[in-house]
Design a protein around this ligand. Structure first.
Ligand code: URA
Length: 195
């Protein structure tokens, strides 16, 4: 798509537009809104559920324990241009799962993000992020290892579903860790067929 504004300008506008968002009750308890970070020309968009405590404190996505695990896998798989965000941009109290209402009120913000980045591949981290994008979503165990396609906003995207990195940590299961890392390799292979 050709834009009159550059991606940097669109992203700056996006940040200004959402900085004071009060669309849902999560704004009352958040310290910082976490819109995402990475390469605006990213081929890959990693999408998690919602910020946790560290993310809320810093305003950056995936910087806590789960984030370290995710970033380690991203480094190992040698991703070059990627962006990281969440389907919900404010921390739910006590890290509870965001409600359907919170997810849907954050939907416009999420779709705008995707339309700015226009990634080639969207990597869905966990069932909760999958449900926000697809409405109905099978368990990650069942669906992972497969490529999916769906619309986000105006365009269709290739989706790679995989485990949430906090599940990878919690499970203490080498096999889960290996499957998670294999899924990231699948995402890289999917880029080759998408371009
Ligand atoms: N978990 C998520 O889903 N997102 C984050 O940004 C951090 C932890």
């Amino acid at each position: 798509m050709s834009h009159l504004l550059t991606k940097e300008q669109l992203w700056d506008e996006h940040k200004m537009d959402w900085a004071g968002c009060e669309e849902c009750p999560l704004h009352k308890t958040r310290k910082n809104i976490v819109l995402g970070e990475g390469d605006l020309d990213a081929n890959f968009l990693f999408v998690g559920e919602a910020p946790g405590e560290k993310e809320d404190q810093t305003g950056r996505p995936f910087v806590g324990r789960a984030g370290k695990r995710l970033r380690k896998a991203i480094k190992k798989a040698k991703f070059k241009r990627f962006f990281i965000s969440n389907v919900v941009s404010c921390r739910p109290p006590d890290n509870r799962k965001p409600t359907q209402g919170e997810v849907s009120r954050c939907g416009l913000r999420f779709r705008q993000l995707v339309e700015i980045i226009e990634p080639k591949i969207v990597i869905v981290l966990g069932k909760s992020a999958g449900e926000a994008i697809f409405m109905r979503f099978p368990s990650i165990k069942r669906i992972r290892g497969n490529l999916m396609r769906t619309y986000i906003g105006r365009n269709q995207y290739t989706i790679v579903p995989t485990f949430h990195p906090s599940y990878v940590l919690r499970s203490h299961d080498e096999e889960v860790a290996e499957l998670f890392e294999n899924d990231l390799i699948l995402a890289k292979k999917a880029l080759k067929s998408a371009t």
